[in-house]
Design a protein around this ligand. Structure first.
Ligand code: XLS
Ligand code: NI
Ligand code: NI
Length: 443
C-alpha cells in the first residue's frame, strides 16, 4: 500500500509558541524532567481498536470514517488482505507520530476464523507481520489483550458465564493471545472484564461467578509462568457498561478481589480515566488507591464528558485534571512496565485522515504539560511540606499507631486530662491556588 496518511510527515516538537497543528508544543521526547526523559516518563501508546478497527459506527448509525480496509467500506476485500492493509496504515501512523508503543486486541489485528484453530492461524500470521513492522519502525508493544466480549458466545460473560464452554473458549483465547504478546515482547497483558458482570441478580449467582473469575485469573497467572511471559498482568476496572454492574468496579474492588483469590502480588491495575469518573471517583483518587495497595500498573488516557455518563473515550484535553493524575503517578514512583495508552477515539464527525494525528498530538501535549506542572509541584516541595505539617501531631504519638495503647488507657487518660483537638485550617483553596500557579508557569 502506498502511504495512507500522505498529508502528514514526521511530527516534531516546535515549542509552546508554534501554531502548527501537526507539531508538538509540549511533548519534547528527549527533554529531561525530574530525572527522566519525557518519553521515559510518559511511555505513550496508540490503541489499534479505536484508531484503526473502528469505522465510526455507533448505535444510531453506520460507518463514517475513511477506513478502506473495513468490511463496511470494502466488503469484497479478503479479510487477511484487509488486516495487512490496516497494519501498514497503523505502523505508518505510529512511526510518523513518534509514539513509542501500541496496544491491540487479538481480533483487532487478525480476523476471526470459522473455527478457533483458524483464528489462531490468522493471529499467528499477523503477529509475524507485526514483528517485522516493529523491527522496521522501532515501535514497541505496551500490551496485548483478548477480546472476549464482542462475539455472541460471550453475551453472558466469559469467565463468569453460566456455561463453562464460554469460560473454556475465553481461556483458550487468552492462552493464545498471551503467547502472541510474549512473542512481540509486550510489556504487559491486560484483562478488561468485558461482560464479566450482570444485568439482573434474579438470574445471577454472584458467589459462583466471582469464584469462576478467581479461578480464571489464577489460570492466567499460572500460564504466565508456564510460558515465561515477563510482562505484568493488569486488570482494567470499570463500574458498568456494557453490563449494568461490572465485577471489576473500581481499583478498591479489584484489590479486594485479588486478595480474596490470592492474586494481590501477581496482578496490578490498568486505570482508565473515564472509567474512574464513571465509578464516582476522581482519576487521581484511583491512582492513589492503586499506589497505596501496591498494584499501580498502567493508564488508559482518555476523558469523558461532564454531562454524559458513559464511556466516551475522548482524547484528554484538561491539563487541570491530568496534572493531578500525573502528580499521583510521580508520587508513586512513575511507570515501570506501564504507560499512557490512548484508549481514546475520534468524534464520529472527525473524518479527515489527519484528524487522527491532531487528536493524538493534542493528547500527548496535554499529558506532557501536565507532567511539567506535576514535576514542578514536587520539585517546589511546598505542597508536600504543607501536607506533612497537617500530621505533625502524630510525630509524638507513635505508640498509638504501634498498638501499645489500649482503648481503656485512652479513656482513662482523657478522663484525667482533657485535650481538645486543635482547629487548624485545611487550606484547600490555598492549595488549589498553589497547583494553579504551577500549571500557569510550568514551561
Ligand atoms: C472498554 C475498555 C477497553 C479495554 C481493552 O471500556 O476501556 O477498551 O481498555 O479491552
Ligand atoms: Ni481501556
Ligand atoms: Ni473504556
Amino acid at each position: 500500500m502506498s502511504e495512507f496518511f500522505d498529508t502528514v510527515d514526521t511530527v516534531r516538537y516546535e515549542g509552546p509558541e508554534s501554531d502548527n497543528p501537526f507539531a508538538f508544543r509540549w511533548y519534547d521526547a528527549d527533554r529531561v524532567v525530574a530525572g527522566r526523559t519525557m518519553a521515559e516518563h510518559l511511555r505513550f501508546g496508540v490503541c489499534y481498536w479505536h484508531s484503526f478497527t473502528w469505522d465510526g459506527f455507533d448505535i444510531f448509525g453506520a460507518s463514517t470514517q475513511d477506513r478502506p480496509w473495513h468490511p463496511s467500506q470494502n466488503a469484497a476485500l479478503d479479510p487477511m488482505d484487509a488486516a495487512k492493509m490496516k497494519m501498514e496504515a497503523a505502523f505508518e501512523f505510529f512511526e510518523k507520530l513518534g509514539a513509542p508503543f501500541f496496544s491491540f486486541h487479538d481480533i483487532d489485528i487478525a480476523p476471526a476464523g470459522a473455527t478457533f484453530a483458524e483464528s489462531c492461524r490468522n493471529l499467528d500470521e499477523m503477529i509475524d507481520l507485526a514483528a517485522g513492522h516493529m523491527e522496521r519502525t522501532g515501535t514497541k508493544l505496551l500490551w496485548g489483550t483478548t477480546n472476549a466480549f464482542s462475539h455472541r458466545r460471550f453475551m453472558a460473560g466469559a469467565a463468569t458465564n453460566p456455561d463453562p464452554a464460554a469460560f473454556r473458549y475465553a481461556a483458550a483465547q487468552v492462552a493464545h493471545c498471551m503467547s502472541a504478546t510474549k512473542r512481540l515482547g509486550g510489556a504487559n497483558y491486560v484483562l478488561w472484564g468485558g461482560r464479566e458482570g450482570y444485568e439482573t441478580l434474579l438470574n445471577t449467582d454472584l458467589t459462583r461467578e466471582l469464584d469462576q473469575l478467581g479461578r480464571f485469573m489464577n489460570l492466567v497467572v499460572e500460564h504466565k509462568y508456564a510460558i515465561g511471559f515477563e510482562g505484568a498482568l493488569l486488570i482494567e476496572p470499570k463500574p458498568f457498561e456494557p453490563t449494568k454492574h461490572q465485577y471489576d468496579y473500581d481499583v478498591a474492588t479489584v484489590y479486594g478481589f485479588l486478595k480474596k483469590y490470592g492474586l494481590e502480588n501477581e496482578i496490578k491495575v490498568n486505570i482508565e480515566v473515564n472509567h474512574a469518573t464513571l465509578s464516582g471517583h476522581d482519576f487521581h483518587h484511583e491512582i492513589a488507591t492503586a499506589v497505596n495497595s501496591g498494584i499501580f500498573g498502567s493508564i488508559d488516557a482518555n476523558a469523558g464528558d461532564d454531562r454524559l455518563g458513559w464511556d466516551l473515550d475522548r482524547f484528554p484535553s484538561s491539563v487541570e485534571q491530568m496534572t493531578l493524575g500525573m502528580l499521583e503517578i510521580l508520587r508513586g514512583g512513575g511507570f515501570t512496565t506501564g504507560g499512557l495508552m490512548f484508549d481514546s477515539k475520534l468524534r464520529r464527525q472527525s473524518v479527515s485522515r489527519d484528524d487522527l494525528f491532531i487528536a493524538h498530538i493534542g493528547g500527548m501535549d496535554t499529558m506532557a504539560r501536565s507532567l511539567l506542572a506535576a514535576a514542578s509541584i514536587i520539585d517546589d516541595g511546598e505542597l508536600d511540606s504543607l501536607r506533612d505539617a497537617r500530621y505533625a501531631g502524630w510525630n509524638s504519638e507513635q505508640d498509638l499507631l504501634d498498638g501499645k495503647v489500649s482503648l481503656q488507657q485512652i479513656h482513662d487518660e482523657l478522663l484525667a486530662h482533657d485535650v481538645e483537638p486543635a482547629h487548624t485550617s485545611g487550606r484547600q483553596e490555598m492549595l488549589e491556588r498553589l497547583v494553579a500557579r504551577h500549571i500557569e508557569r510550568a514551561r
